[in-house]
Each structure stands twice: as structure tokens, then as C-alpha cells.
Design a protein around this ligand. Structure first.
Ligand code: 3ON
Ligand code: FE
Length: 490
């Protein structure tokens, strides 16, 4: 990326490293209570359930895991009804979680560097990684599913959060199959008479990689499924959709399996960024028949996309770009990371001309940001407002402490910051029932408050973030920094 961030060494930090680290303490306890410590008021029109997923354990009985992405999935549920809220959390009872809990020690290797104790001899040729179900949680087709991109989903009881077992998506997935953690919901699928449809994918990486697309109707049946082989190794965490395409960014990375097989490193630590190669934009037609297009653009690394849409033969894609893959240090502890030495995510816009197969790009927002969210009715369509977790300071890499609202039409923005002692994550946009404007609704997120070593459920008015939360629901404990969540009215 041309726009390298300049670090302002002289400016004081908006946080202390010690405060940030405390948000990565394990939360082994499971709770179930009415939230009675509330500042402000929960709007009575806001009704439904906010689910969150993320690593709940950062150590197994005191033995630290190597990276948060290796942490066992823990689901938080915040049920909101008539301005009252109930909190509960439970670990997904995966095979690995149960076995390690019983043994009281690490039994599995993690993708991001967690190793069994005993050095390489204990890990050599051990490719038995655990399905940790820690990345996303969705309610679709009357099922609550915890997702992790390298394996099958786990199904949970939406009332009790009890784990019911692996789910095969009505017989579609075979044992060992994957189902990505980033489905997109097309609010009006044109192949289904305008009904909503959940679009997800699975990747089988290798010297050439296979991408499978799944489209599920509102009862959870797979109504379309097609697979495509693409050249080269592909690490695809996320995807965006338009009415006609599923779109992926194949980042210029190489995978060298030997350190993994030999027990030296996790699979995710064997990925190397190659700045001399292009990023490939893969456009898979959702009809499953038309030709797949692969178009080169500048090298960058993308985990998350914000949105995409079609306009006059062109496709626009907004994505969080890093200048290289934020590789996982094989030796050091992630808690000791020096933010100044790792790349920050920034919001970029790519404009793909399907006719000439050329791409233009521009930076939309240089502030360090991650976890984009938008109005569900605008997914795959032109949109005006994007909400995103962001750093407090406009420059430099730093933990997320704020929520940024971008008006992509007027190029103006609003920010709410929880600095110096608050740390944010993904804001989930919930539309106001009967609302007509795109930003009529609320943003729901968990904020870690280092001053009290606890987390808050924060509700912001999406129309205006600047006055701060309309409600802050103080939990009785902290929730470690999480990954993705969703809101359901059912
Ligand atoms: O050979 C393949 C290599 C590979 C990396 C095999 C594979 C498919 C098993 C694989 C696995 C990938 C997995 C399991 C990826 C999981 C990713 C994950 C759990 C989370 C990703 C999060 C991304 C971001 C950007 C998080 C940001 C967090 C913050 C800003 C902190 O609050
Ligand atoms: Fe993600």
C-alpha cells in the first residue's frame, strides 16, 4: 500500500499497555443473571438477542496459549426485552475443550502457534488440530451455530447455550468439511424471488485451492452449492457478496508446510507474505455457471471486507487492508506486542472494471480500524454508512478504543472513544423497527473497562455517536476481547 502510516512518536498514548493486556485474561466462569447495573436506558424498541463469540480461555490451567485466535470459543448472550437485559455465557463444548478441561493441560496444537508441551518431539507429524468454534455466532434456519473457518459448525441451544453437537447443514457437510466463519446475508436474493438468503463458503487450501459456495434459504436448506478450483494457496477469512457475485481477496501469501509438520510451528505461522506478488480479486458468479474472473491488484492483506456492490458494469469493494500479513511471532508472547512494529488496518475502496479487467483503489480512512458493520438491508448494495472499531488516535497502530461512523456520501465522520481505559471491538448495527433512514438504529458492542476489570454492553445511537452511549450495561465480570457477533429478533 502506498499510504504507509507515519508514526507520531512524540504523541502520548491513549492507553497503557498494562490495561490493554488485562483484557486478554481468561474468563473460565460461566454466568447467568439479569443485568441490574445500567447507566442510561435501554430503548424499549430494541428487542432481541445479541450473541457474541470469541476466545474465552487464553490459557489451559495456567499454560498460556500462543495466540488469541487459538482460544476456545465462548458464547455470550445478551437477551433484551422491555428495557431489561439478561446475560449468560457458555463455552462451546467442543471435543478439544472437554478433553483439555479433563486433562488440565494442553492436548492439541493450535493453528496460530499453540503447541503441546514437550517441544517439537511432542508435536511432530501431529496434524490433529482442534475445532475451537471461536470466530462467529449466527442464528439462521432456527439454528444457533458457532463458526470456525477450518471445520464444521457447532450447534447450540439458543435458550441455554448448551452445545448440541456438530452440525452438517442438513446433511451437506461431511466429517472434516469446513464452513467459513463469515457468512453474508443477502437481504433480497434475486434467485429466490427477493427472499433473504445466507451465503457462505468453505476453502480447502493446497497448491491449488478449492472454494465451495453454499447458499441457504431462511429454513436453513442449501438451495445452491458449487465448487471452484483456483490456482495457488488461498487463505480466505472473509468474503463479500453482490447480487451476482461472491468476491474474495487472495492475498499474496505462501505456505511452507514443513515447520508445521515437523512440530516447530503452527500452520498459521507457516504463512509468508510475498510483497512482489499481486493480490488477486476472485469473482465467483452466484449462478454457479458463469465464468470465474480473477483480476490482479496491488499486494495487500485483507482479513475483513466491509461491503461490495455493482454499478454500471463495475464492482466496488470496501475492505480493511494491511500492508502485509500480520505474521504471528513464533517465540514472543502476543501480550508483549509492540503496536508500532505491526501494520495497522485501514479502509480501502477497490473499483473493479469487469470489461477491461482493471482495478483502481483509494484509501478512504487512514485511521487504524477493524471489524466493519453496516445496515443489513444494504449488504451487497450501494450504502452510505459504515460503522467500525477504531483506534483513539488518528495515526499509528493501536488497540481499538473507539467506534467510528463513516458517512461515505459526504465524507464526514463521527467518533465515540472509550479511551483511556476502555477497549472496543466489533459494533453490530441493529436497525430501528420502522426506521426509514439508513442510520436509524443502534450499535451494540462489548467494551472492556480496565478501570473496573469488567466489560460493558454499550448501546450507541447510530444516528449520532458523539453524545456517547445511550446505555451502558455493566457486567459483573470481564469478557476477553472477542471476534464476531450478531443480533436476532427471534
Ligand atoms: O493451511 C491453512 C492455514 C490456515 C491459516 C490451514 C487452515 C485452513 C487450517 C488455516 C486456518 C485458519 C484459521 C483457523 C483462521 C482463523 C482466524 C480467526 C480465528 C480469527 C481472525 C481474526 C482476524 C482479525 C483481523 C482480528 C482482529 C482482532 C483485533 C483487532 C483485536 O481485537
Ligand atoms: Fe473475522
Amino acid at each position: 500500500l502506498q499510504n504507509r502510516q507515519t508514526q507520531n512518536i512524540s504523541s502520548p498514548k491513549s492507553y497503557t499497555h498494562q490495561d490493554w493486556q488485562k483484557g486478554y485474561e481468561s474468563q473460565p466462569r460461566e454466568f447467568d443473571y439479569w443485568i441490574d447495573d445500567i447507566e442510561g436506558e435501554i430503548p424499549p424498541e430494541l428487542q432481541g438477542t445479541f450473541f457474541k463469540n470469541g476466545p474465552g480461555l487464553l490459557d489451559i490451567n495456567g499454560d498460556r496459549i500462543h495466540h488469541p485466535f487459538d482460544g476456545d470459543g465462548m458464547i455470550c448472550k445478551i437477551a433484551i426485552n422491555q428495557s431489561r437485559a439478561h446475560f449468560s455465557n457458555r463455552f462451546v463444548q467442543t471435543e478439544g475443550y472437554l478433553a483439555e478441561k479433563k486433562a488440565g493441560k494442553i492436548l492439541y496444537r493450535g493453528v496460530f502457534g499453540t503447541q503441546k508441551p514437550g517441544g517439537w518431539l511432542a508435536n511432530i507429524f501431529n496434524v490433529n488440530i482442534k475445532n475451537i468454534a471461536n470466530t462467529n455466532i449466527i442464528y439462521w434456519g432456527n439454528k444457533l451455530l458457532a463458526l470456525w473457518e477450518a471445520a464444521q459448525p457447532h450447534r447450540l441451544d439458543p435458550h441455554t447455550l448448551k452445545t448440541l453437537g456438530l452440525d452438517s447443514i442438513q446433511g451437506t457437510l461431511q466429517p472434516g468439511d469446513a464452513f467459513a466463519a463469515h457468512p453474508r446475508i443477502d437481504p433480497h436474493s434475486q434467485r429466490d424471488g427477493g427472499a433473504p438468503c445466507l451465503v457462505n463458503f468453505a476453502v480447502k487450501p493446497g497448491p491449488s485451492s478449492t472454494i465451495t459456495i453454499y447458499e441457504l434459504n431462511p429454513t436453513g436448506e442449501v438451495v445452491r452449492q458449487h465448487s471452484h478450483s483456483i490456482p495457488g494457496f488461498a487463505f480466505l477469512h472473509d468474503m463479500v457478496i453482490t447480487p451476482n457475485y461472491c468476491i474474495f481477496f487472495q492475498n499474496p501469501v505462501r505456505f511452507n508446510p514443513f515447520p508445521f509438520l515437523l512440530g516447530w510451528r503452527g500452520a498459521g505461522q507457516c504463512i509468508d507474505f510475498n510483497p512482489h506478488e499481486k493480490t488477486k480479486i476472485i469473482l465467483i458468479p452466484r449462478d454457479g455457471k458463469s465464468e470465474v474472473k480473477i483480476i490482479d491488484t496491488e499486494p495487500c492483506f485483507v482479513f475483513h471486507h466491509a461491503n461490495a456492490w455493482e454499478e454500471n458494469g463495475e464492482i466496488f469493494i470496501d475492505s480493511i487492508c494491511y500492508e502485509s500479513f500480520p505474521s504471528v511471532d513464533p517465540d514472543g508472547d502476543f501480550r508483549e506486542v509492540d503496536f508500532d512494529t505491526v501494520p495497522a488496518g485501514q479502509l480501502w475502496r477497490f473499483q473493479v472494471n469487469l470489461e477491461s479487467e482493471t482495478v483502481q483503489h483509494q484509501v478512504i480512512e487512514t485511521r487504524c480500524c477493524e471489524f466493519p458493520s453496516l445496515h443489513p438491508e444494504r449488504v451487497g448494495r450501494p450504502y452510505r454508512y459504515l460503522y467500525i472499531g477504531a483506534a483513539h488516535a488518528p495515526q499509528g497502530n493501536a488497540p481499538l478504543q473507539a467506534v467510528l461512523k463513516l458517512d461515505l456520501e459526504t465524507q464526514t465522520q463521527q467518533i465515540w472513544s472509550a479511551a483511556p481505559r476502555g477497549f472496543t471491538g466489533e459494533p453490530v448495527f441493529v436497525p430501528r423497527p420502522g426506521g426509514t433512514r439508513e442510520d436509524q438504529g443502534w450499535l451494540l458492542l462489548l467494551v472492556y473497562d480496565a478501570a473496573h476489570h469488567r466489560s460493558d454492553v454499550v448501546i450507541l445511537d447510530a444516528e449520532d455517536l458523539t453524545p456517547g452511549p445511550i446505555a451502558r450495561l455493566h457486567l459483573k465480570h470481564h469478557v476477553p476481547y472477542g471476534l464476531h457477533g450478531s443480533f436476532t429478533r427471534e
